[in-house]
Design a protein around this ligand. Structure first.
Ligand SMILES: *Cc1c(COP(=O)(O)O)cnc(C)c1O
Length: 375
């Protein structure tokens, strides 16, 4: 790119804005939770109404085809098939379902980056697994040669990679890691909570899991777990499924927010209709523009490389400035929604708190300028 190409695909921003309720302020927080569209909200309400009219279990059967289409489309995003996809309640729930089924022996080693999401590390430990660091560079990007060395000399039970971290707008070279893992015969599990509908998640990984409410802009309380058949065959669910149902279905909880799953399917459909490539291009241009505008403002410093192809920007505060307090004042006094991320989110990498700015497709230059002025 030469210089700052500005915000790309403005028509996507306009249609995304028009498709959903008008925000009360300036919503720049999609890495926490996006704004759902009218159609998604209506689909969720419609299913809930169906439950009241038909009975919850009858309504669920009536939604079966739609849910199966959803598994197919979500699987397609990850380069997998409908049978490889299970609806779960969140990204965390997906990891729990995977580890529950995998039944790795206590002490089994799992390689992940020093900047791994702390709740994931805690979950691995809760299952008796031993997280071990993969080599990374100064911004936290995985060192591919280092990975190759680890895989050759001392292969772990699996590699766990968060494709875009929650505390930094960095896009990891996940497809390259997947190729190395495949060559070494080590399974790769990708946390796509921040990358689903933000970056390409068709990576050749063995597992891709994520959540509905972030960049896909679906309802809260829904997530997805996608597992390739070869690994799925090694999983033992708590209760097996009937023989006529794909084995991954055993990882869907029987009692679930079915209306939320319906909403997720509608949201995924909207993502496909917008064009995942164009969505990614616009989101990357939003990140570049945001960083160019905010780096240095009021002494705040952008953490990730300025041209990183993600929409997430994180800012280190000037000396003595309290990030939680600033986040609160931005909301209360300026109506700007952003997040304060403390170092406990990724203690292996973060040295202090950051302010996270994560606008979706509808952001206008005016929103970013208002944030810059407020800072
Ligand atoms: C948000 C997030 C999660 C957890 O997602 P939930 O749906 O809240 O369980 C996991 N990993 C990363 C990187 C996240 O940003």
């Amino acid at each position: 790119m030469n210089g700052d190409p500005g915000l790309r695909h403005e028509e996507l921003g306009a249609s995304w804005r028009k498709a959903r309720p008008r925000p009360a302020g300036r919503h720049l927080d999609s890495a926490s939770c996006s704004r759902q569209s009218h159609r998604t909200l209506e689909a969720v309400a419609h299913h809930a109404r169906h439950e009241a009219e038909l009975g919850g279990y009858v309504a669920e059967v009536a939604a079966d085809d739609l849910l199966q289409q959803g598994r197919s489309v979500i699987g397609g995003l990850a380069g997998m098939a409908a049978a490889d996809v299970a609806f779960v309640e969140s990204a965390q729930a997906a990891l729990v379902a995977l580890l529950t089924g995998w039944r790795l022996p206590a002490g089994a080693r799992v390689a992940c980056l020093p900047g791994e999401y702390a709740p994931n590390i805690a979950q691995l430990r809760a299952y008796g697994l031993r997280p071990e660091p993969l080599p990374a560079d100064g911004v936290g990007r995985v060192d591919l040669e280092g990975v190759e060395r680890v895989l050759a000399s001392d292969p772990p039970s699996f590699v766990h990679l968060t494709q875009i971290p929650s505390h930094r707008g960095l896009l990891q070279p996940a497809a390259e890691v997947a190729a190395l893992c495949r060559a070494a015969g080590v399974p790769l599990v990708v946390d796509a909570a921040q990358s689903l509908a933000h970056a390409d998640v068709d990576l050749g990984a063995d597992v891709v899991y994520g959540t509905s409410r972030k960049w896909l802009a679906g309802p809260r309380g829904v997530g997805v777990l996608c597992v390739r058949p070869a690994l799925a065959a090694q999983l033992t669910p708590v209760l097996p499924e009937r023989d006529d149902v794909p084995p991954m279905r055993a990882f869907e909880s029987g009692e679930a927010h079915v209306a939320g799953r319906v909403g997720l399917v509608v949201a995924v459909g909207e993502h496909l209709a917008a064009g995942p490539d164009r969505v990614r291009e616009r989101l990357a241009s939003i990140g570049r523009t945001t960083r160019a505008l905010l780096d240095g403002v009021g002494g705040w410093r952008v953490v990730e490389p300025l041209d990183e192809p993600t929409a997430t920007t994180t800012l280190r505060p000037p000396d003595g400035v309290d990030v939680v307090g600033v986040r609160g004042r931005l909301l209360a006094e300026h109506g700007i929604v952003v997040s304060a991320i403390g170092p406990e989110r990724a203690p292996g990498e973060m040295t202090g708190p950051v302010l996270r700015v994560s606008p979706h497709l509808d952001v206008a230059l005016d929103d970013l300028e208002a944030l810059a002025a407020a800072l």
